[in-house]
Design a protein around this ligand. Structure first.
Ligand code: C2E
Ligand code: MG
Ligand code: MG
Length: 713
């Protein structure tokens, strides 16, 4: 007797069904967990329910085939039918999720209601939902000798509905699977689903139609067919996990790339914030930060260091005449040269424009040694920078001025140390440039006064604190020929200030342009007034013009328009320029002078003999007048053989210019100058610079004694 028979209907087939049920339960639990971990993923949940239904179906089948009596078999059949009923909506929900298209709501409701209704029938109908009547049939004999309990029954109307419901559900799932196959990127997934559905459907047909049609008793295999679904979903899950992993890896790579880009951006932003774009050197912010650190170090260690503030001489002129591109390249070359010159500097920074800062490490035992070291280093830097640089294959010499300040000094911060170096730098520039100066405490007080003057000068224009004094000019016979307008500042704190005390500040701060315009306006309105009073017929008024004013391209046109608008003919004014006006761009200066001359202004070269103008260049300029500097007048000794003033008078005569001697303080000087052939004279002996009213009285008195030459004893 085979073993299956001795174990009362429970043999390999039933065991295989139980094993299938176990696999389905395991898959169901797994997908329940997957669904839960994915935050309620419907597809996984529907599949889990489907698994549990199939597990129940397999149990039911195993129950039927291993039953001893009909009631046992009926109970198992009822369980089986109930499992199939519940499996239908689960299958449909699963396929809907798998194919990424939700089930239409009405269909879902209809299927649920139908299965619910049929489940109720299944519970209460005697032959379950499938049969009208059921009886035990001849046991099924399997080829290996196993015997299965079998039942036979008459199919009820609900049984037919039950099967048609199954077919309809499958038809719908086939439709969905085919649609998925049609979608280009879902083809494989669709094909796999289709294959599983087909296996399952064939198993259903086998269990319902084929076995009946063949009239031969074969066991149903629908539960086994479901294993293909478990396989499908296992593969699907693996695929999903792979996609998910790949996605995670992609995201991680993206995040890494993003972090790297952000890091790079941060680095370059940081670099840009701390470095000068042109030279790549640390910028002002960076330099001050480093200096702060050095001050702390120095205070802790008790050692002293110094800073060098380097400013290029006449860089503006080079920049303007050779172009900004050349200027940029020159700055880059200077930056390199500077870094080479002080290799052991803590930092070489560009503060802006043509200003560089060198930070020297605090290594000296006291401030005096640090100052000496700083000054020696400054001399070294000057010598190093003096060697011509080659920019765009063009050798270019560039000078520099340097201010040196030592540190630390109790309570003095980084910005103040740089300010001290700046004060010393101004001194170096004032000393004729290409020089270095060390900051000394008294410089601070002077700088404060200067700053006060600078502030005051800005306000002086608005507060009407400026005024003109007039100094007469007479000819050799003592006849009045003109007057020079000399600027004065009624400073509220310091009293009347002479131009020597503030003109250079106006020039350095750019205020000179507004100041120059004010002088022209004031001179014109004074001339108008004298004309109105009939006092100054034929008088020339001389106005001093700063070299900075003539560097403005529109200066000549603007001045002519301004003077004419004030009701004065340009010919009534003489513009006095010093030789320094010709030192920069000579051609541009000559062009401006030509325009001024063409506009009708007389032009005079002031303080002649003290500058560096060559006689050749003098010839090229449209000058009307040479002013002999006071020093030559002072040097006039009675009976001296070859006075320099005489040479200047000769030059003036040869070039067809009027010569004016300034600073005439004695009768002898006046007589000698007249004898030398000097055309006009100006000086304390003839008349002091006077306020307008006083000058008016002087004029009126001169009119009254018209016959008496001015300056005659
Ligand atoms: P400058 O144009 O050479 O003016 C002559 C200076 O010599 C004046 O000094 C005048 O007061 C002074 N002076 C005249 N006669 C004698 C004398 O017999 N003995 C002595 N010791 N000095 C005499 P001031 O007024 O102080 O002007 C100085 C310089 O300031 C002027 O030199 C001129 O270069 C400049 N300046 C004056 N006013 C203006 C102005 O409105 N604009 C500009 N840009 N510069 C001006
Ligand atoms: Mg003058
Ligand atoms: Mg002069």
């Amino acid at each position: 007797m085979p073993a299956a028979t001795s174990f009362a209907n429970f043999g390999y087939f039933a065991t295989a069904l139980i094993a299938t049920a176990a696999v389905a339960v395991a898959a169901g639990i797994q997908f329940l967990l997957v669904g839960w971990r994915r935050g309620g993923d419907r597809t996984s949940q529907a599949f889990a329910v489907l698994c549990l239904c199939v597990a129940t179906l397999a149990f039911g089948r195993a129950g039927v085939y291993s039953a001893q009596t009909l009631p046992h078999a009926m109970l198992a059949l009822r369980v089986l039918a109930g499992a199939v009923l519940l499996a239908l909506p689960a299958l449909m929900f699963f396929v809907a999720g798998y194919t990424n298209r939700p089930m239409p709501r009405r269909l879902a409701v209809a299927v649920l209601l139908l299965t619910l209704g049929m489940s109720v029938l299944n519970l209460f109908e005697p032959g379950t939902v499938m049969y009208a009547s059921v009886q035990a049939a001849a046991p099924l004999q399997l080829p290996w000798g196993e015997t299965l309990y079998a039942i036979d029954g008459t199919r009820s109307a609900s049984g037919r509905v039950f099967y048609w419901l199954c077919y309809a559900a499958f038809a719908w799932t086939f439709y969905r699977a085919l649609r998925q196959c049609a979608a280009h990127d879902q083809r494989l997934r669709g094909a796999m689903l289709l294959a599983c559905l087909l296996v399952q459907f064939l198993a259903l047909l086998w269990s319902t139609v084929v076995i009946d049609a063949m009239g031969r008793p074969y066991p149903a295999t629908d539960a086994f067919a479901f294993l293909s679904f478990v396989l499908l979903m296992g593969l699907w899950l693996v695929g999903q996990m792979r996609t998910h992993t790949a996605q995670l890896e992609r995201t991680a790579a993206q995040l890494r790339a993003e972090a790297a880009t952000r890091h790079q951006a941060e680095q370059s932003l940081r670099h840009a914030a701390w470095h000068d774009a042109l030279t790549g050197l640390p910028n002002r912010l960076h330099a001050l930060d480093r200096l702060c650190g050095l001050l702390d170090d120095a205070e802790r260690s008790g050692l002293h260091g110094s800073v060098l503030l380097v400013d290029l001489d006449h860089f503006k002129t080079i920049n303007e005449s050779l172009g900004h591109r050349f200027g940029d390249l020159l700055l880059q070359a200077v930056a390199e040269r500077l870094s080479d010159a002080v290799p052991d500097a803590i930092a070489v920074a560009r503060l802006g424009g043509d200003e560089f800062l060198v930070l020297l490490c605090p290594t000296s035992a006291d401030a005096a040694t640090a100052a000496r070291r700083g000054t020696a280093m400054a001399a070294h830097v000057l010598a190093h920078l003096a060697k011509p640089l080659v920019v765009e294959r063009r050798p270019q010499a560039i000078g520099a001025s340097i201010g040196v300040a030592s540190f630390p000094d109790a309570g003095v911060g980084a910005a103040d140390i740089v300010r001290r170096a700046d004060i010393a730098l101004h001194r170096a520039k004032a000393a004729g440039r290409h020089a270095a100066r060390l900051f000394e405490p008294q410089m601070q007080a002077e700088a404060d006064v200067r700053l006060e003057l600078e502030r005051g000068l800005r306000l002086a224009l608005q507060r009407d604190e400026l005024t003109l004094h007039f100094q007469p000019q007479v000819d050799a016979a003592g006849r009045l020929a003109g007057a020079e307008a000399l600027l004065r500042w009624r400073n509220p704190a310091q009293g009347m200030l002479l131009p020597g005390g503030f003109i250079h500040i106006a020039e350095e701060t750019g205020l000179i342009h507004a100041l120059g315009l004010w002088v022209v306006d004031a001179a014109c309105s004074q001339l108008r007034e004298w004309h109105r009073q009939g006092l100054a017929a034929g008088i020339h008024l001389s106005i001093n013009v700063s070299p900075w004013q003539i560097t403005q391209p529109q200066f000549a046109d603007d001045l002519a328009a301004h003077v004419r608008a004030a009701g004065i003919e340009p010919a009534a004014l003489t513009l006095e320029l010093t030789e320094s006006a010709l030192l920069g761009d000579f051609d541009a200066a000559r062009q401006t002078l030509q325009q001024l001359s063409d506009a009708g202004f007389r032009l005079s070269l002031d303080d002649f003999g003290t500058g560096y103008s060559s006689l050749a260049s003098l010839q090229q300029l449209p000058l009307d007048e040479l002013k002999i500097d006071r020093s030559f007048v002072l040097a006039l000794q009675p009976g001296s053989a070859n006075p320099l003033a005489g040479f200047i008078v000769d030059i003036g005569k040869r070039l067809g210019m009027t010569t004016v001697a300034e600073g005439v303080e004695t009768a002898e000087q006046q007589t000698t100058l007249a004898a030398l052939g000097c055309n006009l004279m100006q000086g304390h002996f003839i008349g002091m610079p006077m306020p307008a009213e006083e000058f008016q009285h002087w004029l009126a008195a001169r009119h009254a004694t018209d016959a008496v030459p001015v300056g005659a004893p």
